[in-house]
Design a protein around this ligand. Structure first.
Ligand SMILES: Cc1cc2nc3c(=O)[nH]c(=O)nc-3n(C[C@H](O)[C@H](O)[C@H](O)COP(=O)(O)O)c2cc1C
Length: 617
């Protein structure tokens, strides 16, 4: 399991029960080796709020409880020991200035620049690494990982020519850039002795202008082995220019670093692990069989399903909750100050509290709507022993989420529906397609509980002129119910839907000599609701297609021939569609409204609400 910052520690950097339950669930699910998220080495330089640390001996007992819980299930655990360097939020959290190889590296979140570490400040940090490794061993950890990848954190920054512009002994040449990481490796080895594995996480190729190339990585890897590295953990990319390779979003290649681990294996004789968009255990097996890596590492796939390894071992591939790389739960939620979660697994970080318990007595549950919220609610209610019927008005499951999978590169979204459908069927949900729930049907079925998951409809005319015939609805276009417009097209609304529909139209009209697409958005940036890495890639594609983006622009009204557009595509959001709550309540039926029917939002919220509804009946 790959290191993933969860912020599940407490404010003092201690291991919490939440973190223990989270890792114990992955160990129980069959993970062989958990590489834990960043473990800080200095309280003054925290990575994020609530990032755990091992900067003093009194933090050891907490880690001991964690390692005991993981070992109880036969798994091993390595903390990822790291000084965050320029990527510490210290400027906000502890009031000290961040440090780096070179002054002026600006932190994305604090918007402040780091100062350059003086050469004589480095040996004490080397010592902190060694002491942290010693504490990890005392806490029962099975080894450690040193984070030197992605031109990120302190070691990664020293090792990357993009960030390390020093001219002293700690920079200036490949040898200079390796000096600090090598000193750390040697000091750790000297402190922990032999037989305590040290993994080095490294970008096989930074793939950015002026960054380290694969050729150079192959040259330096054997030197790290000589210094005491027992295994490599290979990813790619470098902050800030190529960060999408670090947490690759939906639509990026699966196993995107495998060629790098395969190359590294040719030059070192220690194990090489590979990470990055390895989501299907059969794909992982292929990588091993082809000899492209000695171990495969999964990150988000194990947030999505802690039981992935056990299910794979038992051949229950269809039962695995799929990671589609959406980043909505693991990254975006955290950025917005909410807890880490996962689109397909709302139980992340709440493993103990959400363990499904059988219902007191079976009740008759009717679910109206077969989108993600309805499917999850139905599955969970049935898993707990309720008698569940799900009615879907159309002939297909998935609701609006199916439309979301139409945009370029988003086809894998259908895996989510496939998974939720399978889960509902296995739990015994009776699914009725082509059946709309009406008040009559409610009376006839007379359920104990109705879950309203009937979704949303596009916003009504919010602007004067929106009822004109040259105004098209984004949803209708994406669904293929009306032909794509050509000519001068204005997309009103620059959220995910607006940007994606712009891409679809621009792509279809490419080279026809007459189609041009502009997107207007009232907020100061487009794609504000997106996972930033997906946004970066989408904006690059839109630029290549010549789509013009106009943030900070409010559409006042739409008039005939007004601003010179042939078509306006409305992507201005949605409003809830719920015609059932009132009649159900009138009939004395218990009602839960979930997903867009409650308030239109992204699927991560809808699925979480479906889960809660199913759990609480
Ligand atoms: C929420 C989140 C937090 C992460 N935190 C770390 C981290 O603390 N250290 C690190 O080296 N990589 C971190 N990563 C990168 C992952 O270890 C992994 O390389 C990446 O997610 C790609 O693998 P995957 O496609 O299997 O998820 C993080 C990724 C995610 C999604």
């Amino acid at each position: 399991m790959a290191p993933m910052a969860t912020d599940f520690g407490d404010d003092e950097g201690r291991v919490s029960q939440k973190l223990i339950d989270y890792h114990a669930a992955r160990a129980r699910g069959g993970v062989g080796l958990i590489i834990m998220e960043v473990t800080g080495i200095d309280a003054l330089f925290p990575y994020m709020p609530r990032t755990v640390g091992l900067w003093s001996d009194d933090l050891i007992p907490g880690y001991r409880r964690l390692t005991d819980a993981v070992h109880a299930h036969g798994a091993m655990i390595f903390p990822q020991v790291a000084h965050p360097g320029p990527d510490s939020l210290c400027a906000l959290l502890t009031g000290v200035e961040a440090v780096g190889p070179t002054a002026g590296i600006v932190n994305d979140i604090t918007k402040t620049a780091c100062r350059q570490l003086a050469a004589d400040e480095i040996p004490p940090i080397v010592e902190q690494y060694a002491r942290t490794a010693r504490r990890a061993r005392e806490a029962g950890c099975d080894g450690i990982e040193l984070h030197a990848a992605h031109g990120y954190m302190l070691l990664g920054s020293f090792l990357s020519p993009v960030r390390n512009r020093r001219t002293d002994a700690y920079g200036g040449s490949t040898e200079g850039m390796m000096r600090f990481p090598l000193e750390v490796i040697r000091a750790v080895r000297a402190m922990v002795g032999p037989g305590f594995p040290i993994v080095l996480r490294i970008s096989g190729d930074e793939m950015v202008a002026g960054g380290r190339t694969l050729r150079e990585t192959l040259d330096i890897a054997p030197i790290f082995v000589e210094a005491g590295v027992d295994a490599f953990h290979v990813s790619s990319g470098a902050y800030p220019d190529l960060s999408w390779r670090v947490i690759p979003p939906t639509g990026t290649p699966f196993g995107l670093n495998v060629h790098l681990s395969a190359a590294l294996k040719q030059v070192v004789d220690v194990p090489v692990m590979v990470v990055g968009r390895i989501t299907d255990p059969r794909q992982a097996e292929d990588i091993l069989c082809r000899g492209e890596a000695d171990m495969t590492v999964m990150g988000r796939a194990l947030l999505a399903d802690p039981d992935l390894p056990v299910k794979a071992a038992e051949g229950r591939f269809d039962e695995i909750a799929p990671c589609i790389g959406c980043g909505l739960g693991c990254v975006v939620a955290r950025e917005q100050g909410a807890d880490t979660t996962c689109l397909v697994n709302p139980a992340v970080g709440r493993e103990a509290e959400t363990a499904l318990v059988p219902a007191d007595g079976p009740r008759k549950v009717l679910v109206a709507g077969g989108g993600p919220a309805g499917l999850m609610a139905a599955a969970v209610a049935a898993e707990r022993g309720h008698s569940v019927d799900l009615f879907e008005r159309t002939q297909t499951l998935g609701g609006l989420y199916t439309l979301a999978s139409v945009a370029p590169g988003k086809q894998e979204l259908t895996l989510v529906i496939q998974y939720l459908h399978g889960r509902a069927v296995r739990a015994g949900v009776r699914i009725h397609l082509g059946s709309e729930v009406t008040p009559q049907l409610l009376r006839r079925e007379s359920p104990d509980v109705v879950i309203v998951a009937t979704g949303s409809k596009p916003c009504g005319p919010v602007l004067p002129g929106m009822d004109r015939p040259n105004v098209l609805c984004a949803r209708e276009l994406v669904a293929g119910r009306i032909p794509l417009p050509t000519g001068r097209v204005l997309v009103a609304g620059g959220g995910t839907v607006g940007l994606e529909v712009a891409e679809i139209i621009a792509e279809a009209g490419r080279g026809d000599g007459r189609t041009s697409v502009r997107v207007v958005e009232a907020r100061e940036e487009v794609g504000m609701d997106m996972f930033s890495e997906a946004r970066t890639l989408l904006l690059e594609r839109l630029e290549a297609l010549g789509v013009e983006l106009l943030p900070c622009t409010r559409l006042a009204s739409i008039s005939l021939g007004g601003a010179g557009f042939d078509w306006v595509v409305a992507a201005l959001g949605a409003e809830p569609l719920d015609t059932l709550s009132a009649p159900a309540e009138e009939a004395g039926i218990e009602v839960r409204v979930v997903g867009d029917a409650r308030q239109p939002r992204q699927a991560v919220a809808a699925i979480a609400e479906g889960f809660e509804a199913g759990r609480s009946i």
